[in-house]
Design a protein around this ligand. Structure first.
Ligand code: ADP
Ligand code: ADP
Length: 227
């Protein structure tokens, strides 16, 4: 479970990006943060893994105050996926994915085997293993990004518009596969999007944020559709 308790972020220039946010993202579920550009979605997400520090308030990960643990330790349990997969351009696909297990102490052979298994998991043919990121389509690169985030088997995944940079047909495929994978893995996921259709399709619950960084509504998608 991730819990925001009166969380506020004021940037040094005085912008209040998040204003007294209170919400709970239950374990094993997908919580979507949706809302217009500038409403504080990315800021909220990045406070969870302490890429951004809250100005006040507390973010709890289960019963742990995230502000009280070492950020590197915290991030070991938190996968992170962004819009442009952020792959290492000079490493092959298999090595991009294997980097995390390797850093976690698996030997190279084990780490590569795990990477190949993850490629299959995210629906990416292992024939791409020895290619470089630039040789893959945008949708394929996003699959690699998801595989890499899953490599450490983190209980929590933070996903910031991971499917927004690809065309609508590929996006729908990625969404469907993501839901299949989540049905199997049951991670605790925070998923950021500005697309209400995507929010309704993917969310177990949807947090609608408003400009100024406040919470408009927190509800299952069925409730939002009936409003
Ligand atoms: P969203 O992800 O919903 O588009 P952000 O969290 O990126 O929103 O931004 C929320 C608000 O904070 C916006 O007004 C944005 O301009 C502002 N903001 C974001 N990053 C910074 C920063 N580093 N310094 C000052 N203001 C920022
Ligand atoms: P954007 O492209 O959205 O601007 P950034 O450049 O701010 O993203 O990304 C911050 C960096 O932190 C990225 O290079 C990302 O790869 C790295 N990173 C990777 N894993 C994590 C993690 N678990 N927690 C925080 N940062 C991470």
């Amino acid at each position: 479970m991730i819990r925001f308790e009166s969380v506020t972020k004021r940037y040094p220039d005085g912008t209040v990006a998040v204003d007294g946010l209170d919400l709970v993202a239950p374990s094993g579920q997908i919580t979507v943060f949706v809302g217009p550009s500038g409403c504080g979605k990315t800021t909220s997400l990045r406070m969870i893994n302490r890429m951004i520090e809250p100005t006040s308030g507390t973010i709890w990960l289960d019963d742990q105050d995230t502000g009280a643990v070492n950020a590197a330790t915290l991030r070991r349990g938190i996968g992170y996926v962004i819009q442009h997969a952020g792959l290492f351009p000079h490493r092959t696909i298999v090595d991009n994915i294997a980097t995390v297990p390797y850093l976690l102490g698996q030997d190279k052979k084990q780490a590569r085997a795990r990477a190949l298994e993850l490629m299959e998991r995210v629906g990416l043919s292992t024939t791409f293993a020895k290619r470089y990121p630039a040789q893959l389509s945008g949708g394929q690169q996003q699959r690699v990004g998801v595989a890499r985030a899953l490599a450490a088997d983190p209980p929590v995944m933070l996903m910031d518009e991971p499917f927004s940079a690809v065309d609508p047909v590929v996006r729908a495929e990625l969404q469907d596969e993501f839901l299949r994978l989540q049905a199997e893995l049951g991670k605790t996921i925070i998923f950021v999007t500005h697309d209400i259709d995507e929010a309704v399709k993917l969310g177990d619950q949807v947090a609608v944020l408003k400009v100024g960084g406040t919470l408009g509504q927190l509800a299952p998608p069925s409730v939002l559709l009936n409003d």
